[in-house]
Design a protein around this ligand. Structure first.
Ligand code: SAM
Length: 445
């Protein structure tokens, strides 16, 4: 039976927007049930993720073009308008007439046949205006709301960027976080070489570029099933963003040392640390989520690494680690505001209240993990957020209460020379480095 890709999108959006399902889970579930061509799968993913991202902008268009605002539309009608408007506004490969006609068809096949005239009229009206004006979307005067509506973010996130990074950077960040994510690979030098991986990718016609650090490659988004790329089962590489790769370089682990990765699951950084140590030494990978910790073991096995031992527990209760370690990494649970491009629904799920709770948890985790470091040892704190409350403020409070600790610059072999002169925080802004937003700082006892 041939499936209609737009109906698959409608079904997934129904789960995500009306039933609060996670976007990735709903997409996987929708695609898992049926068989579509790779091209249709790509189209379905683009529509689901794009519409989840651009919801605020698309709702603003419904508010503007319909007789009733989006929030008062019948829910299924709103979904069909989102699907139609998204194609008209953002997809150049779909002719306007096809976007309109398929939306009318969707209405008919989902019990909304009586409303097909409304859908047809609204979408045609938008399409006509788009052809004759630079942008039919009307924006308010308030600069925060303007960015929020144009680029589809809640006002509180735009305000945070505006206050922290300024009025020029805030809209750039908003634009950046709407791009589909790249896929960065970290090559495992204990199993292969960069040249071998490049040759294998060339053989299956997958484009790549080299990252400005050792053993790193960047693939474009949409390369398909990661596990089917050459070298996955052989443990040749791990998917890890450029910024996340920098964290283990900052820790700079040495062969033979004892390291604790305090919040380790699913093991992206633990396995990198093991590779940098030539698998010589011991890495305790702890995490409070036992199910996620199993992934650390699976990843270590796939990468053929033996120096990692997992340990389930909340950092705040693991007193056996006191004074035991040469280096400790705290890759803290955080709001993920540096990865909004990867998790398409995160912007709608995260809240300012949750950020406050996370900052408290981060403070407690850092304070406890600091007791695990031996005299003269190293502690690295990292997050994938660019929110100062979870970063600079946590570190300032920690230093105020622990004057024996001090911030130190990265070692000379840190792969981004322009950052090595810094004796302060390393903040990776996506708009400057074209990678996930990250914060990391190295502390010495
Ligand atoms: C950012 S993720 C870690 C990612 C991991 N370091 C990697 O590179 O793959 C944060 C982790 O902290 C764990 N976590 C949250 N609160 C914790 C706590 N109180 N004690 C221990 N682990 C905790 C979560 O289960 C989550 O796996």
């Amino acid at each position: 039976m041939k499936h209609n890709p737009r109906q698959v999108v409608f079904n997934a959006l129904y789960e995500i927007i009306l039933k609060d399902a996670y976007a990735e889970v709903a997409r996987d579930r929708a695609l898992g049930k049926i068989s579509l061509t790779p091209q249709d799968q790509k189209f379905v993913s683009e529509l689901i993720y794009g519409i989840v991202r651009r919801q605020r902008t698309l709702d603003a268009l419904i508010d503007q073009f319909a007789s009733k605002p989006a929030s008062q539309q019948p829910p299924k009608l709103r979904l069909i308008l989102l699907i139609g408007l998204y194609q008209l506004r953002y997809l150049t490969q779909v002719p306007d007439s096809a976007a309109v006609d398929t939306s009318v068809e969707l209405a008919k096949s989902n019990g909304l046949g009586k409303l097909s005239g409304v859908i047809n009229g609204l979408l045609r009206n938008y399409s006509r205006q788009q052809a004759t004006t630079a942008d039919p979307l009307k924006l308010p005067e308030d600069p925060i709301q303007r960015i929020g509506i144009l680029h589809s973010f809640p006002d509180w996130i735009v305000k945070l960027w505006w206050e922290e990074y300024g009025e020029e950077t805030a809209p750039l960040l908003a634009q950046w976080f709407n791009h589909p994510p790249n896929i960065d690979l970290r090559i495992n030098p204990l199993q292969t070489t960069q040249e071998t991986v490049e040759k294998a990718l060339n053989e299956v016609n997958i484009e790549y570029s080299r990252l400005p650090l050792p053993n790193g490659l960047r693939l474009p988004s949409g390369v398909g099933n990661i596990q089917q790329l050459p070298g996955f089962t052989q443990g040749w590489w791990t998917v890890q963003d450029y910024s996340a790769q920098l964290v283990s370089y900052l820790l700079n682990p040495q062969a033979g040392e004892t390291i604790i990765d305090a919040c380790a699951a699913p093991g992206g950084k633990s396995t990198h640390i093991a590779e940098l140590m030539g698998d010589q030494g011991i890495i305790y990978s702890s995490d409070r989520a036992s199910s996620r910790l199993k992934k650390v073991t699976q990843n270590a096995q796939r990468l053929k690494l033996n120096s990692i031992q997992t340990c389930v527990g909340d950092v705040r209760n693991l007193s056996q680690f006191k004074n035991s370690s040469d280096r400790v990494l705290v890759d803290a649970p955080c709001s993920g505001l540096g990865t909004l491009h990867r998790r398409t629904d995160l912007r709608w799920r995260q809240t300012p209240e949750n950020l406050l709770q996370l900052a408290q948890l981060q403070q407690e985790i850092l304070t406890e993990a600091a007791t695990w470091v031996k005299p003269n040892g190293i502690l690295v704190y990292a997050t994938c957020t660019i929110n100062p409350l979870e970063n600079e403020d946590v570190i300032q409070a920690f230093l105020a209460n622990h004057p024996q600790w001090q911030i130190i610059p990265p070692a000379g072999n840190f792969p981004v020379p322009s950052l090595t002169s810094l004796s302060n925080f390393l903040k990776i802004l996506p708009t400057e480095h074209n990678s996930d937003g990250f914060f990391m700082v190295k502390l010495k006892l």
